[in-house]
Structure formats: structure tokens, C-alpha cells
Design a protein around this ligand. Structure first.
Ligand code: ADP
Ligand code: ADP
Ligand code: ZN
Length: 208
């Protein structure tokens, strides 16, 4: 059985960047609710479309997200879960559907998060993350991995970023405290270079 890794952190903490490397290194699935929702932004649900929540930086209703995660985990032999759970009710749901080998919290200060998110650029084709200052592509606007076009996400504007950070504080910080109280949370300094962060995460996963 592959490792089952939960990567927690605020928007912009580096979850996507590190998850991609983890998935490659350990041969596990990268399960990310953000990408799944972006691929289904205009899907009609009884609560409205995912887009209507994401544009405002709000959480998409639990029922929609829980279903996505349950289906993705059922198909995976090991995974790195990124962007879920984002509130306590999702965390309870997760406990019912799977066990975890490692729970890692990428810690980054808020001022740094704002700069990372507003400067983030993502590949329109493969989803790889870049940054206008911290992680520049070889050629401006072009993905190093696949040659796709680099774009700014609709919700990476300063105003929506502030809203997402306040949603994180209110809804997701209690999730981090929940895993801390259970004694399973391992904190990693997310303000190091991506390589250093990865090394720290890897030693946690290898011990798990
Ligand atoms: P998340 O998935 O947690 O929202 P990302 O992995 O998309 O975060 O990273 C947010 C932005 O910060 C991206 O532009 C990425 O290139 C950049 N970034 C990721 N890790 C680091 C790091 N360790 N130092 C500086 N910038 C980083
Ligand atoms: P980031 O980690 O950079 O904030 P994501 O790509 O994980 O961004 O999420 C983008 C948006 O998708 C969130 O602001 C939210 O609207 C929605 N979303 C993603 N995951 C969840 C989740 N687990 N529960 C509810 N909404 C979610
Ligand atoms: Zn690409």
C-alpha cells in the first residue's frame, strides 16, 4: 500500500508545489480539491456552481467536496491530499473514509502568503506552479514542464486573497488544531526554499 499523506497549510503555503514532488517521489496520487473544482467550475449542483463560491474566495459546500474526495481516494493506492479538509466537518468525514500515515502542516507567515499568491502563475495545461519572483520559468509566460501558457488564477487577486486567508483562519486553523490535539501533526517550516521544505517533508514521510 502506498503512503497516505495529508498536507495542510494556508493558501499559498506551497501545498501544490510540494504535493507534485511527493506524488512523483512516492508514486502516489495527487488528490487536490482545488484542481478538481477548477476542472468542474460550472457543474450544476443543488447549491449552485463551484465557480460562484470560488470567485468570492468562499468554501464550496461540504457535500460537493466530500463526494469528490471519497471517489478520488477510493481509486488511489496511496495519495497526497492537498486542499482538504478545510473545516472540521470535512475532517470528520475524512476520518470515516480513510486512515492517514502522515499529517504535515506547512507553516508560512501571512505577509509572505499574500506575496506568494498575488505573484503565482499556473500552467493552463498541466497545472504546474510558478512565481513571478520566487520561481520564474525559463521563458516568461511559458511552462518549463510542458510548454503550456502561464496564467494568473481569477482568485489570486489581492482582494480575494485576503478573503481566502480569513476563511482559512476561521475554518481551517481549527482543523490544524484538531490534528495537533490528536498528537499526529508534524509542523514543517514552509518559508525555506522549496528544496529544503521538500527534504523536511520527506524525512517525515520516510519515518511514517
Ligand atoms: P498552495 O497550493 O499551498 O496554495 P503553491 O504551491 O501554489 O501553494 O505555492 C504558492 C506560490 O508560492 C506559487 O507561486 C509557488 O511557486 C510559490 N512557492 C511555493 N513554495 C515556495 C517556497 N518555498 N518559497 C517561495 N515561493 C514558493
Ligand atoms: P489555495 O490552496 O491556493 O487556496 P485551492 O486551489 O486549494 O487554493 O482552492 C481554491 C478554491 O477552491 C478555494 O478558495 C475554495 O473556494 C475551493 N476549495 C478547494 N478545496 C476546498 C475544500 N476542501 N472545501 C471547500 N472549498 C474548497
Ligand atoms: Zn505545463
Amino acid at each position: 500500500m502506498g503512503k497516505r499523506i495529508l498536507l495542510l497549510g494556508a493558501p499559498g503555503a506551497g501545498k501544490g508545489t510540494q504535493s507534485k514532488r511527493l506524488a512523483e517521489t512516492y508514486g502516489v496520487e495527487h488528490v487536490t480539491t482545488g484542481d478538481a473544482l477548477r476542472a468542474n467550475k460550472d457543474m450544476e449542483t443543488e447549491y449552485g456552481t463551484p465557480r460562484s463560491f470560488m470567485e468570492k474566495g468562499e468554501l464550496v459546500p461540504d457535500a460537493v467536496v466530500n463526494e469528490i474526495v471519497e471517489a478520488a481516494l477510493a481509486d488511489a493506492d496511496g495519495y497526497v491530499l492537498d486542499g482538504y479538509p478545510r473545516n472540521l466537518s470535512q475532517a470528520e468525514y475524512l476520518t470515516e473514509i480513510t486512515d492517514l500515515d502522515a499529517v504535515i502542516y506547512l507553516k508560512v507567515a501571512e505577509s509572505e502568503l499574500v506575496e506568494r499568491l498575488t505573484g503565482r502563475r499556473v500552467c493552463d495545461d498541466c497545472g504546474t506552479n510558478f512565481h513571478v519572483k520566487f520561481n520564474q520559468p525559463e521563458e516568461e509566460g511559458v511552462c518549463d514542464d510542458c510548454g503550456g501558457e502561464l496564467v494568473q488564477r481569477d482568485d489570486d487577486t489581492e482582494e480575494t486573497v485576503r478573503e481566502r486567508l480569513s476563511v482559512f483562519e476561521e475554518n481551517t486553523e481549527p482543523v490544524i488544531e484538531h490534528y495537533r490535539d490528536e498528537g499526529v501533526l508534524v509542523e514543517v517550516d514552509g518559508e525555506q526554499t522549496p528544496d529544503e521544505v521538500f527534504e523536511d517533508i520527506r524525512s517525515v514521510v520516510d519515518d511514517a
